[in-house]
Design a protein around this ligand. Structure first.
Ligand SMILES: [Zn+2]
Length: 376
């Protein structure tokens, strides 16, 4: 009889304990917007009881107790000596705003950095990606009024767009001031290169190993006019552009084909401002410009720093897969005759991959064994 009573008492005591120790309930996740205060422990606990509870966040950066980086953060909620994990989702659904947008006026041939004065502000503390949309079609070498669309994107993919006008004014060169340019020497340079390739001249155009050559030694005839970028260039370019787009990189052509007469006006204009010796380091004489070939174009931005941008790096790494070469690499001025131009790409076809090995460019001159020097 005594034993039975004891068992009943024990059951009663255990039952009592259960009622005293109330169960702690909590939210597993709370969602807030960027710039809002981080929720407190009390916001997570849904029961009215939690003995010596604490909450700790990992990898969260707070400014005045607020979060500015969109992410899902993990926290450890300690309930007595039990750890449970909770989440804080910080979302950003606000687009950045674009500031300082205004129309730009230049003279044809001027160098311009379209994004130079534009800034973006955002509710997040992210670096905002500013770019020119691929729908903005313009040519800094051709007079006209172009609509330029700027896109600002934050790391949560919220984006804003603003448009401004790029006004390219005609370059006027009074006839009497036109500098006399040495005529393209009409000497036949056919023969063999130092690498053993045949130099063929067909209709006045030089081809080496099937590649059309336009540099300071080998000029194009003034009558050569493909009328625009050639179809093989455009087909390969569009393929490359699509691949870049898939990687989140926008590639645009800002200057493609230039006629002999246009290049003449451009060169003359530069000579007036910079003198002939200086001009020869960055602008081709008419006939010697690769832009006349319809197989070369300036992409995205004419800016010495372009090679360090996301777009410049992508092109450097991937252009050769699509048949393009960086025509004037860094440190090769004595070989190509031109300063580093991270924006100028030339289409040569399948052989392009031979010129880009282990992250280094070989120049077309080195590859074929030819010079790029004016005769006078
Ligand atoms: Zn160029």
């Amino acid at each position: 009889m005594k034993k039975v009573i004891l068992i009943i008492m024990l059951l009663f005591v255990t039952g009592c304990n259960k009622e005293v120790k109330k169960e702690v309930t909590y939210k597993e996740k709370i969602t807030i917007k960027i710039g809002e205060e981080v929720p407190s422990l009390e916001d997570y606990i849904t029961s009215d009881y939690c003995e010596s509870c604490t909450i700790e966040w990992t990898n969260i950066e707070l400014e005045d107790n607020k979060v500015y980086v969109a992410n899902t953060y993990e926290g450890i909620l300690k309930i007595g000596n039990k750890d449970v994990s909770v989440n804080l989702e910080v979302i950003d659904d606000e687009a950045p705003s674009i500031n300082n947008i205004k129309d730009i006026t230049i003279t044809a041939g001027d160098k311009v950095d379209l994004l130079k004065d534009i800034t973006a502000t955002d509710n997040s503390k992210d670096e905002i990606d500013l770019s020119i949309s691929e729908d903005s079609v313009y040519d800094i070498n051709k007079a006209g009024t172009y609509n330029i669309e700027v896109i600002a994107k934050d790391s949560s993919d919220n984006s804003a767009k603003e448009t401004f006008k790029l006004i390219v004014k005609e370059k006027v060169i009074p006839k009497e001031e036109v500098v006399d340019i040495p005529n393209v020497p009409d000497v036949d340079l056919s023969g063999t290169t130092t690498k053993g390739y045949q130099i063929n001249r067909i209709d006045g155009i030089y081809y080496i190993n099937g590649i059309l050559i336009a540099n300071k030694t080998y000029a194009l005839p003034s009558t050569y006019n493909p009328g625009g970028l050639r179809s093989e260039f455009m087909t390969a370019f569009n393929k490359m552009k699509e691949a870049a787009k898939a990687d989140g990189v926008t590639i645009t052509i800002i200057s493609g084909y230039r006629s002999y007469s246009y290049q003449k006006a451009l060169y003359d204009g530069y000579v007036k401002t910079y003198g002939k010796a200086m001009t020869d380091t960055f602008s081709a004489r008419p006939g010697n410009s690769e832009h006349q070939s319809g197989l070369a174009a300036d992409l995205n931005r004419i800016d010495d720093n372009f090679g360090n941008t996301k777009e410049g790096k992508w092109l450097d790494l991937n252009a050769s897969k699509y048949g393009f070469i960086l025509r004037y690499p860094k440190g090769k001025q004595s070989i190509t005759g031109y300063k580093y131009e991270p924006w100028h790409f030339r289409y040569i076809g399948d052989e392009a991959t031979n010129l880009y090995q282990n992250g280094e460019w070989t120049t077309l001159e080195e590859y074929l064994g030819i010079d790029s020097k004016y005769q006078s």
